[in-house]
Structure formats: structure tokens, C-alpha cells
Design a protein around this ligand. Sequence first.
Ligand code: ADP
Ligand code: ADP
Length: 237
Amino acid sequence: MLRLEKLTKTYKTGDQALKSVDLDIPEGQVLALIGPSGAGKSTLIRCINRLVEPTSGQVFLGGTELTHLSAGALRRERRRMGMIFQEYALVERLTVMENVLSGRLGYVGFWRSFLRRFPQPDVDEAFRLLDRVGLLAMADKRADELSGGQRQRVGICRALIQNPAVLLVDEPTASLDPKTSRQIMRLICELCRERGLAAIINIHDVALAQMFVQRVIGLRFGAIEFDGPPKDLTPDV
Ligand code: ADP
Ligand code: ADP
């Protein structure tokens, strides 16, 4: 579903954030990306959606190679990547429902589109998703009235309403308390299983990763130094 070949990123500052990373993620597989701060985890995720331009190497989503796409084609491919962020990236003044529906619009032309009515199937799907994550009663609340865990649930719904092929998840629990973090990780992993979605979850907390995923990638100095089931992790990874 998602394949990285010799993916390399050297920033203008000379930082070698990724050194020829090869990675193959089959359909439906959820993997956790762990490693110390500065290992290259964020860079890896951002090279996939090209928020960061890779220096060399290739990224395949399904059969499509992403690093050479034009702006228009890239916009279409990005619709197949659901993003979930550490700080949720909700629009605070909009309602929960509107934030979820914004996932149908992409990040460009978003405000303008609110002047139009949403198609009923999108609204129905948004209600189904909110129900699934336990936020149905909050649909008309403003995003800034929610707790951190509730916000992340909205972020999850917004990513899923795109009907993505893959989820890119960047530190989803870094701003949450331990109990809420477990709930959010469980929810993300359950939803991926239900929908057969592949996901990369960039996560600091190794113990949390071990609880929920079958495959862990350990990154250090921009290279993969561990790839396997969590039970094979040694304490120094
Ligand atoms: P992680 O997400 O694992 O903490 P990052 O991908 O953020 O790692 O960073 C990997 C390396 O690349 C670090 O050395 C970091 O300082 C460097 N880096 C990240 N972003 C930039 C940038 N925009 N410009 C220059 N160097 C960067
Ligand atoms: P993260 O928690 O995602 O690893 P960081 O605190 O490493 O975030 O970086 C925050 C922002 O600064 C990011 O946009 C990252 O790309 C950029 N950045 C990180 N390291 C450097 C660096 N050495 N030089 C320039 N920009 C950097």
C-alpha cells in the first residue's frame, strides 16, 4: 500500500534527517514509528505527504509514485492520505460537525466551500463517524469547548471522512494524559482494523506503541535500526 525506496532527506542546514530509508507497509497494517527526538520520524511522515521535499528516493502510494507529481496530481493523492496531528489542527471557531466535514474539502478552498451546502451523504457519514468515536452529542459544540481527547477524536473523524488509503499520524497523544492517550491509540488502531487501513503512527511513547501495534519501526540517526514485533524490542531501543 505504501512503499518507501531509498528515501533520503538532507536539510539545507546539512542535517541528514533520513538516510536511504526502505520501508514497505502492506494494506491494513498499522505500524508505530519510534525513536529518540531528532531521529527523523516527523521528517519521514512529512516526506510522504510532501510537506517536506525528499532530497532523493521514492514514495509509492498504491501504484503511484509521489515524489515527481505535479501540484494538481499531488493534491489528488493527498486526498488519499488521512493526517492526524499532535495539536489536532482544528478550526476553533467552527463546530465539531463542521470540522469533521472540512475533511471532505481538503486544505485548499476550505472556507469558500462552507458557503455551499454539504451533500447529505457526507453529513450522514460525519454523523456515523461521530457516533463511532462517542461524540454524537457534541456535534454542534464549538471545537474550542472540547477537551484534548475529544479534539483528537474530531481530528480522527476528519481524517477518516476523506476515506483515505493510508493514515499518517504524527504524535497523536503527545498533548494528552496517559489514560486519554491509551484511549486514543486504541481508537485509532481499532478504526484502522475495521476499515482495513494502513497507518504509520509516529509515537514517542514506546510502551504505548507496544500495547497496540504488531509492527514497530525504530528510527535512529535517520536510519531504520529495528523492524519487528514489539515483543522483540530490547530496552535500549
Ligand atoms: P523526530 O521527529 O524524530 O524528532 P525530525 O524529523 O523532526 O526528528 O528531525 C530529524 C533531524 O532533522 C533533526 O536533526 C532535526 O534537527 C533536523 N530537522 C528537522 N526539520 C528541519 C528543518 N526544517 N530544517 C533543518 N533541519 C531540520
Ligand atoms: P517535532 O516535534 O515534530 O519533531 P521539532 O520541535 O523537532 O518538531 O521541530 C519543530 C519545527 O521546526 C518543525 O517544523 C521542524 O521541521 C523544524 N525544525 C526542527 N529542527 C530544525 C532545525 N535544526 N533547523 C530548522 N528547523 C528545524
